[in-house]
Ligand binder design. Structure first.
Ligand code: SF4
Length: 415
């Protein structure tokens, strides 16, 4: 390992970090100007990913592990103790240097740093904090820093991470405690939630102090997030939605990320052989949006699931809910409340805002609504306008088949 160059280490540790869902670039297809293809640029390796800053900007981050050595043996993880992968390890100084050199070249706007557990949880957490400290204190680095924190580490170290980072995250890993015990035997659900609780308290305290003292230290101003692995155990979408809702309510999380389990080389026999369809992950993100932006309670999203507790894959959860509760439609777009309109399949938050603004001045017709949506065919069965009433359309037995996207579109969407 002493002979590894920085580039070799980066190759290993950026690749090992791609399983974390908090950045969205992992699914990019590989293109490179090296070799026969010619041209310029490359999408391969080297760990640059994209994430959204608190103000909604898309930012590029160096996404890397400090090390992929790990003393834990989580069954689903390629970096687990018993895994036969190439290992590498950066020092905090090396990660800080890489971050600064990428930043100066304008490749990135920040750092996303996680790590396997080396020696002990506290030792690893110290190394993560030290990396952020070097950047912030020695180089006055003002870019974005997202630190994965280790729930088993001393809470004081987790607190220090929050003083340097914009965002901290602690992975709950699996939707149920039973799943965690089975697949991540070294981890403890209570410890994970205890660490999240501590971060929530620190965020709240820092906000209070900031109101009173101008120079009060900031603490994870972009909040905390977590990640759940989908499809590695038997947890249904209803279990996952319920867990996500409890996490949002209990720990004030900014985001819950859902990561479809991907089979790994030399996988343990307790894991499924196939990854779940990627569209399942997408449906969970849609259900997450329903809870965060559309006013659905978790129990209502669960009502959209099929008998097996999973969300349908062929239609989105909002449409699934509306088809189950057809009695609540059609809604008159010229009279319905904002909350009611947000339940209409095919109408987004922006479209509903535009409807509310426009109807103050005039009575809306179907063509007015059509201008605000990608598919008026999807919206039409659920609304009335000055010149449109669906009559028996909402009652049609084949309405779901009529509204489900064609298979080719689904595949394109899932890619
Ligand atoms: S602690 Fe993290 S890096 Fe180590 S095996 Fe578990 S998931 Fe993988």
């Amino acid at each position: 390992m002493g002979a590894q160059t920085t580039i070799e280490k980066l190759e290993i540790l950026a690749d090992a970090a791609k399983y974390d869902a908090s950045c969205a670039s992992s699914g990019t297809s590989k293109r490179s100007s090296l070799g026969k293809g010619g041209g310029i640029g490359s999408t391969e390796g080297m760990g640059i990913c994209h994430a959204y800053a608190p103000d909604g900007r898309c930012i590029s981050l160096l996404k890397v592990l400090l090390t992929n050595h790990c003393i834990f043996d989580c069954h689903y993880c390629i970096n687990r103790k018993s895994s036969n992968v190439r290992r590498a390890r950066f020092t905090p100084q090396e990660v800080a240097d890489l971050t600064l050199s990428f930043y100066r070249r304008n490749y990135i706007e920040g750092l996303f740093l996680s790590s396997g557990i080396i020696k002990s949880s506290n030792h690893t957490m110290e190394q993560l904090v030290e990396t952020a400290r070097i950047l912030r204190e020695e180089h006055e680095f003002r870019g974005y820093i997202h630190l994965k924190t280790i729930p088993e580490a001393d809470p004081q170290l987790v607190h220090m991470a929050g003083l340097y980072a914009d965002r901290v995250s602690i992975n709950v890993e699996l939707p149920t405690d039973a799943g965690l015990t089975r697949l991540a035997p070294d981890k403890d659900a209570k410890q994970i939630e205890g660490a999240m609780k501590g971060v929530k308290a620190s965020i709240r305290q820092a906000k209070d102090e900031k109101k009173r003292f101008k120079h009060a230290p900031r603490f994870a101003p972009a909040g905390q997030s977590t990640q759940m692995i989908v499809g590695a155990d038997k947890a249904s979408d209803a279990d996952i939605v319920g867990k996500a809702s409890r996490l949002y309510d209990g720990f004030g999380l900014r985001r819950v990320y859902y990561s479809a389990f991907s089979p790994i080389p030399d996988a343990s026999a307790v894991l499924p052989l196939k990854r779940p369809p990627l569209i399942r992950e997408h449906r969970l993100y849609q259900s997450d949006w329903l809870m965060r932006f559309y006013g659905y309670r978790a129990s209502e999203v669960m009502q959209a699931t099929d008998d097996d507790g999973n969300l349908p894959l062929d239609i989105d959860p909002k449409l699934a809910w509306a088809l189950k509760f057809r009695g609540q439609f059609p809604l008159d777009v010229n009279r319905a409340s904002k909350e009611e309109l947000l339940r209409v399949p095919g109408l987004g938050v922006k479209a509903v805002g535009q409807i509310l603004a426009s109807r103050r001045h005039r009575t809306l017709r179907l063509e007015d609504v059509a201008k605000l949506t990608v598919s008026i065919a999807k919206v039409r069965p659920f609304i009335c306008t000055a010149d449109w009433r669906p009559l028996t359309l909402t009652d049609r037995a084949d309405l779901r088949a009529l509204l489900a996207p064609r298979q080719e579109q689904l595949e394109l969407f899932a890619a």
